[in-house]
Write a protein that binds this ligand. Sequence first.
Ligand code: ACM
Ligand code: ZN
Length: 493
Amino acid sequence: MENLNIVPYLDIVPYPNSIRFFDSYTNLRAIDRRKSTNIISDEIVNPEAYRLQVKKDRFLITSGGEAGKFYAQQSLLQLVDSAKRNGGRIPLVEIVDEPAFEYRGFMIDSARHMIKVEDIKKLVDAAALLKLNVMHWHLTDDQGWRIEIESYPNLVRVGSVRNGSHFGHDHVDGEYSGYYTKAQLSEIVEYCAARHIRVIPEIDMPGHMIAAIASYPEVSCTGKQLEVESRQGIFPDILCAGKPETYQMIKSVLQEVMEIFPSQDIHIGGDEAPKKRWKECRHCQALIQRYRLNDEEELQGWFMNRIEEFLHENGRRAIVWNEALNSGLLNEGITVQMWMDRKKLSADFANTGGKVIISPFFHYYTDYPYGMTPLNKTYKFDPILRQINHDGADNVLGVEATVWTEHIRDFEKLSYMTYPRFAAVAETGWTFKANKDCEDFNRRLLTLLPMLKARGIEAADPRDWNPNLWRRLCETLGFYRKTLTKDMIFGYK
Ligand code: ACM
Ligand code: ZN
């Protein structure tokens, strides 16, 4: 970078990777739109890369593909917005930019609480401004099935309705229901595609499936009629891995999922699946015997692999949460999303050629208060984990921020919790580590806030982003007092 003393920083988030400043300014009034150009060139190899030049009387954009063109426009939008607040004054610059990581995601949990289609669009608009390119959509869980599936109509008829929301000590009585129709899901997919965001749907299995089991009890080990969960936590009833009915239902569901979502990647969960029922189930035990598996963890690996093979036959790929690595036998080609991995299996996986997405619980889970996960902590996290070696680093596809919604019932709170922390993850996804600067990021955010607001996102107040130690302690204790129950700590029976 040149002449940093003249124009110290540009008001752009995520920060561009190479900026050449010329010692001069122009004014927006001097820009002639007719002289400005926006072209795609073979000379730029990466379709997400772009060059943006601000000249005396024009803007010139050259990009490697449609995505790069779009990202150049997002940078320019921010530059122009900032210029408008400075009497139209805009520095003469040349930005040459490309992302640090190919996967830059955000996840929303629509199972615990639904987010209205128009509100999802606001999140997508904000994400697009920040050059995020994946929306991971958690559509099913114990507490609700939110995706219309025609071949198994009870999934929404029964599975989308729960009696109360008793999450931790946070109790709301009354029925809670809702699901997205296929038309709505497709509308979101198209909305995202127009903004270079692909939508990765998640059907979480074999755990977190009580809404489906309540709809079709034959897919669980016990076959007992259960109710859609109204409590929070990890529950013992999961899909039976030994019954053909399970595979029939899942394949049928995924068939319809693939019809709605063109994404090559489909997330099939794999997290938090207790093995209690499998240990006691004759169907599951028969499968363990038949395939000479060592234990129920290996049975989960076997299960995930069968589902992955079905996706693969249909030209798709599977993503799983890191617990699926406990089996030690995942098929090649499965991508692992790291969220909570004390054994560091995800790092080993990356070091031995597996692709990983990094979503650390303690840094990127934005449903936790800022006191627990301050903005700067999110920002400073390095997705190339210490245990990942030089070769493994190439297998880190990128980063993803998440928002789980047990304790988030409305969009106002969702906006507050996600922003600006989603922006911190977006900058880590785009800006090379050497070009990141936490203090400057905080400063640039102040100029980003009105742009987020214009997109319907009321971000957290800057005073809340990085609380002092006392507030951190109070917010953390307060959150756990509100949310943790004995059952959540010691497990449900
Ligand atoms: C997860 O947070 N259970 C992936
Ligand atoms: Zn079973």
